[in-house]
Design a protein around this ligand. Structure first.
Ligand code: ATP
Ligand code: MG
Length: 222
């Protein structure tokens, strides 16, 4: 259902080229929860950005749902992302002009659901995350952990085929990390979502089906 072939990603930094990913191969053939670990700068976010079609690598091929993704037009990439992928970014990326409820409802509205229906579903998720009382607040007024929980709700609401989560519990305390991981894993199971989670948190790794370390630009199963 998902294959990366021979992915290399080089970046130019000043005068030098750094090789972050190097002939990396990765495939997922059934619904799974997958962990990605590796030291800071090893390429975890780069890897997730490539899977999310946010970055096109220097070399390589990406097959998702039978589509050769890097050959698609920008419009088709956007459509694939909207339909199939939920993304929890390392730095939230909530929309500042919209309140919490609208931020969560947004992906459903983009996919053609009515505003009323989208808001109703958002409220249910907000309740599960213990943030119902923040529904009309703009993201900038929330704490880092609260913003992260909103970003998680926004990624999960459309029940994506693929969930990409970049340190989803990075700014959460232990209780909220557990709550958020329960939510992600329960929803993944219920909706048959494959989740790929970059994390430093060993408690999370233990709960996933399989885990890879990024080393020298490649994935090594651990
Ligand atoms: N657009 C870019 N231009 C140049 N260099 C980049 C770019 N994006 C990432 N890099 C470099 O690629 C390397 C890998 O970055 P990446 O963000 O993937 O690491 P990471 O494993 O997610 O780290 P962290 O745990 O700190 O989030 C870093 O050295 C970074 O400086
Ligand atoms: Mg990162």
């Amino acid at each position: 259902m998902l294959t990366l072939k021979n992915i290399s990603q080089n970046y130019l930094q000043g005068d030098s080229t750094i090789r972050v990913l190097s002939k990396l191969n990765f495939s997922v053939n059934s619904v799974k929860n997958i962990g990605i670990i590796g030291p800071s700068g090893s390429g975890k976010s780069t890897f997730l950005n490539i899977l999310g079609m946010i970055e096109t690598p220097t070399f390589g091929e990406y097959i998702l749902h039978g589509n050769n993704c890097f050959n698609l037009s920008q419009n088709l990439k956007t459509e694939m992302r909207r339909k199939f992928i939920g993304y929890i970014f390392q730095n939230n990326q909530l929309l500042e002009d919209f309140n919490v409820l609208e931020n969560i409802a947004f992906p459903l509205i983009l996919n053609g659901e009515s505003f009323g229906q989208a808001k109703k579903k958002s409220l249910t998720l907000l309740e599960k995350l213990g943030l119902k009382n923040k529904k009309f607040i703009k993201p900038g007024l929330l704490s880092g952990g609260e913003q992260q929980r909103i970003a998680i709700a926004r990624a999960l609401i459309k029940k994506p085929f693929l969930l990409l989560a970049d340190e989803p519990t990075g700014s959460l305390d232990k209780n909220n990390s557990l709550l958020v991981m329960d939510l992600i894993l329960n929803m993944a199971k219920k909706n048959k979502t494959t989740s790929i989670i970059a994390t430093h948190n060993l408690d999370i790794i233990k709960r996933l089906d399989i885990c890879y370390k990024i080393e020298k630009g490649k994935l090594i199963e651990i």
